[in-house]
Structures are given as structure tokens and as C-alpha cells.
Design a protein around this ligand. Structure first.
Ligand SMILES: Cc1cc2nc3c(=O)[nH]c(=O)nc-3n(C[C@H](O)[C@H](O)[C@H](O)COP(=O)(O)OP(=O)(O)OC[C@H]3O[C@@H](n4cnc5c(N)ncnc54)[C@H](O)[C@@H]3O)c2cc1C
Length: 469
């Protein structure tokens, strides 16, 4: 933040409105599962969430991509979303011509017309279910409550968080706790507590073109359109021989109906993150939530290196730019693209999601070497996982994650979850950013916190010997 002057604010004490065993900041997949698990194990839990529902990127951010359950709370979530009618399944019967369609975000690489199954949950419905689940477990969830700061004291060995400072309709107050859980998705609590971290952004995949600027993997704004007639769209693609909508895009550009940057090139040939997230040369969409409803992507321009996690002006720029693109894209689709005449914007994510924010430095930092060497850990939190990873050319690797990657350096009573776990930038695409894994990390953190409360020990003294999953 560039500031020329400063101003004194009235100091003094603020009320400690709550004391709890476990205080969780942020209710994304990580924070949600942590709070739920700790409460189910008998801990007294307070959860602080700035929006009106849990789920983070996957509800407030509209990323409703559902996966098969991976066990524990993640499987429970998927089953409950389904039983409450919030899962939508698209396949080759509902969407003939979708697999292999170049507009399809997920299925464009498949053989044309092949079988596929795409499962999504309705973000708003999912958020309602998650609110219920926290309530049923006895979590004291404070929605509309922003984490602002924390109070750190000398602890046994390192420092310890005494309380977090938050603000909501009651004003500003503190919440005291014994164990704290980082669920902000961007390492905010860890950073405020003085734990070391590495900012997002790093070198490009090995051997790729790189101009020396460390740009984070761009964040993005998701939005949905309802009332889309997919068959009419396909008819246009086929009859006008316009599979990528390049003809209608050119027409709109000639009429000055498309702002610069709306359809950005993919940076082909530069091997930037395997060309993911960099730009959309055309419409990029996926069926979601209901027949005729699609989610669309607007990613922050890569070149601008915007850091929404740590720079308020970048956050404002990204929001303005991407909201503008959403509006322009919707107008373009309705005016120029058959199948969209009766479509309208149904929703826009409540925030521009961050893909590559702060990476707290833990007692162990999960890194490429762990993966390449197939390193095993005595305190592995899961049985070995096998994932395909593009950094080395889409190779499958089998690896483990140490509990030490949940424990930030310098702070005694903080446990990390989700996108704020300790890992290097290059490993984001292994598994680190995935919704199922982020939920699993939360469950592991909640389990660890409740154990520590029961045993009256620090997370760093927990003798972790068996995989949780
Ligand atoms: C645009 C985008 C698309 C993605 N697509 C996919 C996908 O298709 N599949 C997949 O598996 N993963 C996807 N991911 C990755 C995945 O969504 C994240 O890695 C995951 O949501 C991280 O979970 P989390 O709980 O750590 O944080 P988040 O989901 O970011 O949740 C953090 C929560 O903390 C709250 N919070 C933040 N700051 C404060 C504060 N100061 N006070 C109070 N509350 C606060 C937020 O409101 C939010 O609810 C995507 C991510 C982005 C950004």
C-alpha cells in the first residue's frame, strides 16, 4: 500500500467476546472440515467467516465442480449434497456434442461425442447444507465476520496466538483460543501471527520460456449464465463452421462490441503452466447446477501479475476488470451467439479467487523433490497418493504428505489447512489446490486440534504415526 501520511487511532482494550478450545479463521473446504471434525470430537469451536456461508471458492466463488468422494467429510458432503437435491449430472445423453467441443472447459480434450460424466453441486444449495452441518455439530459459526488481526504471545519455545481480532455487526472484538486453524485460503492468519511465508509466483515449468518476472498463477472470477440453449449453439458451430466462435467474435470486434483483453490468447508455445489459466481465446464454459445453466471463467490477465491476496489495489483492479469482462461477455453472447438469445447472467462469484497466494513455511515444506524422490514420512497423513502432474510432462507420481507441512514455523498453536498448507508453488497442481484434498486437510487439522485439546499438548508435540486417510 502506498501511503504518504499516517493517522493515530484510539488505542486501548477491546472486549474478548468469546473463548474457545479451537478458533478457525475462514470456512472454505479446509476451515469448514476442520471446524466440523474438531467439534464432532468434543472440542468447543468458533469459526469466523466473512461471507454468508461456508465453502469458500466452492460456494461463494461458484466453483461447484463435484468429485467422487475421497472419504471422510468430503464423501459425506457429496452424499448430503446429492440427498438434498443439489447435485447436477451432465453426460453424453444430456449434452450430446459436448465431449470434444472446443468450448468445453473440462471435456474439450476428449474424443468428439464420447461418453463423459460431469458432476457439479449448486453452490448456493451446498452453502445452505454446510451451514446446517456446522450447526448440527455445535460449531459456533460467526458469518459476516472478518478476521483482522491477531495477538501473539511468547509460547513454549516459539510464539503462541492468544486471540484473533475480528469485526462484525457487534463492532471489533477479540476471540481467545487454545488452538487456531488457518482456513483463509491465503495464509492471512499465519502471516499476521508472524509465521514466515513465500509469496505466490515463481519460475515457469522447467525449460519453458520465462522473462524473469515472478507472476502468480492468475486468480479468477467464475460466473454463471442460465437460459442457454446448447443445441442451438452446436447447430451454429456446425452450420457456420465456427467451432471456436471465431467468426462471431470477429464480427463483434469489427463492430467495437468486445473490449480489449476479453478473449486473450492462450500463450501457446510458451508452456506457461501448461497453458492453463492464462487466457481464454474464446468462450470457456461447463454445464452446471441445472439444465441450461453454464459456469464460465474469467481469469485475471497473467501479464498484470495481480496479487489479490496481498494488495488491495490489485484486488480492486482485478474485480473491476473481470466484472467488466463478465458483463461484456454476456452482452456479446446474447447479441451474437445463437443459443444465448434468452440467456442471462445468473450469478457472479462473490470474490476473485486466488490460486497462488501466500505459502506459509512449515516445519516441512512439501516440494517437488518429495514427489520426484517418492519420499516417505513416518508422520504421513495419508496412505501414498498417486496423481498425474504436468510439471514433468503429465507423469503420474506416488507420494506422501507429512503432518509437519500442517505446522507453520515459529508459531506453536496454529495448524494450517487447504490452500494455506506449507507447499511450494510448483506442487500446486499435484493435489495441493484440489477441493477434495483441501477438505481432507481440514479434517486432519480438526482431528489434530481436538487431540491436542484432549491431551493438553501443542500440535508440534503430537506424535503422528498413522495415516488418517
Ligand atoms: C478461480 C478458481 C477455480 C478453481 N477451480 C478448482 C477446480 O475446478 N477444482 C478444484 O479441485 N479446485 C479448484 N480450485 C482450487 C480450490 O478452490 C482451492 O484450492 C480451495 O478452495 C482452497 O480451500 P481453502 O479452504 O484453503 O480456501 P478458500 O476456498 O479460499 O476459502 C477461504 C475462506 O476463508 C474466508 N476468508 C478469507 N479471508 C477472511 C477474513 N479475513 N475473515 C474471515 N473469513 C475470511 C473466505 O471468505 C473463504 O470462505 C480453484 C480455485 C480458484 C481460485
Amino acid at each position: 500500500m502506498g501511503q504518504a501520511t499516517s493517522i493515530d487511532i484510539p488505542g486501548g482494550a477491546i472486549p474478548v467476546a468469546y473463548e474457545a478450545d479451537v478458533v478457525v479463521v475462514g470456512a472454505g473446504p479446509g476451515g469448514f472440515a476442520a471446524a466440523l471434525q474438531a467439534a464432532r470430537m468434543g472440542a468447543d469451536v468458533i469459526l469466523v467467516e466473512k461471507f454468508d456461508m461456508p465453502g469458500g471458492v466452492h460456494t461463494s466463488g461458484l466453483q461447484g465442480a463435484a468429485n467422487e468422494g475421497v472419504g471422510g467429510i468430503h464423501s459425506e458432503l457429496m452424499a448430503r449434497f446429492a440427498s438434498e437435491g443439489h447435485i447436477y449430472i451432465a453426460n453424453e445423453k444430456t449434452h450430446p456434442n459436448w465431449a470434444g467441443n472446443p468450448l468445453s472447459h473440462y471435456e474439450r480434450g476428449k474424443a468428439v461425442g464420447s461418453a463423459f460424466t460431469r458432476m457439479t453441486f449448486n453452490p448456493e444449495g451446498a452453502g445452505c447444507v454446510m451451514v446446517d452441518m456446522l450447526y448440527e455439530a455445535g460449531v459456533n459459526a460467526l458469518y459476516g465476520t472478518a478476521f483482522i488481526d491477531c495477538i501473539v504471545e511468547p509460547g513454549t519455545g516459539n510464539n503462541s496466538i492468544r486471540a484473533v481480532v475480528v469485526e462484525n455487526a457487534d463492532g471489533r472484538f477479540a476471540i481467545g483460543g487454545r488452538i487456531f486453524i488457518e482456513g483463509s485460503g491465503t495464509g492471512q492468519l499465519a502471516a499476521r501471527a508472524g509465521a514466515p511465508f513465500v509469496p505466490g509466483g515463481g519460475p515457469q515449468p522447467e525449460g519453458a520460456h520465462w522473462d524473469g518476472i515472478k507472476r502468480p498463477i492468475p486468480g479468477g472470477l467464475l460466473w454463471t449464465m442460465s437460459g442457454v440453449n446448447f443445441q442451438n449453439l452446436v447447430r451454429h458451430q456446425e452450420q457456420a463452421n465456427d467451432p471456436l466462435l471465431e467468426k462471431v467474435i470477429a464480427e463483434a470486434r469489427a463492430a467495437d462490441d468486445l473490449p480489449d483483453g476479453l478473449y486473450r490468447p492462450r500463450m501457446d508455445g510458451k508452456a506457461v503452466y501448461g497453458d492453463s489459466y492464462i487466457g481464454h481465446p474464446t468462450v470457456d464454459m461447463s454445464p452446471m447446477a441445472a439444465a441450461g445453466t453454464y459456469v464460465l471463467w474469467q481469469n485475471a490477465p497473467y501479464d498484470m501479475a495481480l496479487r489479490m491476496d496481498s494488495d488491495g489495489r490489485d484486488q480492486a483492479t482485478a474485480t473491476r476488470l473481470l466484472r467488466g469482462f463478465v458483463n461484456a461477455e454476456a452482452k456479446f453472447l446474447k447479441k451474437y451467439v445463437p443459443g444465448f438469445e434468452d440467456a442471462s447472467i445468473a450469478s457472479v462469484g462473490r470474490f476473485v479467487g486466488v490460486r497462488d497466494g501466500r505459502h506459509p513455511v512449515g516445519e516441512h515444506v512439501f516440494c517437488l523433490d518429495d514427489v520426484r524422490a517418492g519420499r516417505q514420512f513416518r508422520d504421513a497423513v495419508t496412505k501414498p497418493m498417486t496423481k498425474t502432474f504436468f510439471w514433468d510432462g503429465y507423469r503420474p507420481y506416488t507420494f506422501e504428505v507429512s503432518f509437519k507441512s500442517f505446522l507453520p514455523k515459529l508459531i506453536d498453536n496454529l495448524i494450517l489447512t487447504g490452500a494455506s498448507l506449507s507447499f511450494t508453488y510448483e506442487t500446486i497442481f499435484m493435489v495441493m489446490r484440489n477441493f477434495p484434498w483441501c477438505t481432507q486437510t481440514g479434517e486432519i487439522a480438526g482431528f489434530a486440534a481436538a487431540r491436542c485439546i484432549a491431551k493438553k499438548i501443542r500440535p508440534k508435540d503430537l506424535d503422528w504415526r498413522e495415516p488418517y486417510f
